[in-house]
Design a protein around this ligand. Structure first.
Ligand SMILES: C[S@@+](CC[C@H](N)C(=O)[O-])C[C@H]1O[C@@H](n2cnc3c(N)ncnc32)[C@H](O)[C@@H]1O
Length: 252
């Protein structure tokens, strides 16, 4: 731990959320969609973060990002929340050089692993952040600026008393919709049936107010699309015999 505090990667681990205070200066406790796992950052992952942040990392800031400055072009930006170890995100970035990808993950070993894989594949259109994505969305992303938002296998928070921690909530989808350009997409996937129903219910409850449309011909889920690479959690779910639900909406 002491050793981690003194490195850049160790610092990131400590600042994945920004403290918020009430008007009278008291610390405000927020319901988070994650619990920071204590998984060990390997020496290699730490080195990846320390050495490559200048080229691949983006820090949280209390103002809007200038994507043209970050990527050096005006390609559409696809935001992925909770990329885990990042393999599928890097694969998507490699498959779509005409898009820019911004991956956000709070788990530092995942950020290190993603950077390592991005370097190995030589992708140039990917940037990563290590912060609470809900804060990034709220504070750093301009309205009508995203080409898409993808959220694959978010923590399902299975117990009813924990459902409030699920990242997909009406306010979350409303914020996402505002940040999308016209024609931009929302793509969710989960292997937890109850979360799939919850996602669909939330999307349907706000769709007309925020101007998004379900592309599913059955008005619920879409077939698993080939363009979504298998993610680590999906692979684990397959082994357990889990079904997968994909939801895909477009902003009109
Ligand atoms: C169940 S894992 C899925 C990882 C990956 N998408 C996959 O399919 O293999 C969910 C991930 O979301 C991350 N996460 C949860 N809430 C987050 C948030 N608010 N901001 C950024 N990452 C978050 C967690 O750290 C975790 O790695």
């Amino acid at each position: 731990m002491t050793e981690q505090k003194n490195t850049f990667a160790g610092q990131k681990r400590k600042t994945v959320e920004s403290a918020e205070f009430t008007e009278d200066g008291r610390y405000k406790r927020k319901v988070r969609s994650f619990v920071l796992r204590t998984g060990r950052l390997s020496e290699y992952q730490r080195q990846m973060m320390n050495d490559n942040w200048a080229n691949y990392g983006v820090d949280y800031q209390d103002e809007l990002f200038d994507f043209a400055k970050i990527y050096g072009n005006s390609h559409p930006v696809v935001l992925e929340i909770g990329f885990g170890m990042g393999k599928s995100l890097v694969e998507m970035a490699a498959q779509h050089p005409d898009r820019n990808y911004l991956g956000i993950e709070v788990h530092t070993p995942g950020v290190g692993a993603c950077l390592a894989y991005a370097l190995e594949k030589g992708v140039k259109n990917l940037r990563v952040m290590c912060h609470d994505a809900t804060e990034v969305l709220r504070d750093c992303i301009a309205e009508n600026s995203l080409g898409g938002l993808q959220l694959f296998f978010p923590d399902p928070w299975q117990k009813a008393k924990h459902h409030k921690r699920r990242i997909v909530q009406p306010a979350f989808v409303e914020t996402v919709a505002k940040k999308l350009q016209t024609g931009g997409f929302i793509h969710f996937a989960t292997d937890w049936g109850n979360y799939a129903e919850h996602m669909l219910g939330v999307l349907q409850s706000v769709q007309s107010a925020v101007g998004i449309r379900n592309v599913s011909i059955t008005n619920d889920y879409i077939e698993r699309p080939d363009f979504r690479p298998l993610t680590k959690f999906e692979q684990r779910g397959h082994k357990l015999g889990h079904r997968v639900w994909d939801l895909y909406f477009i902003k009109e």
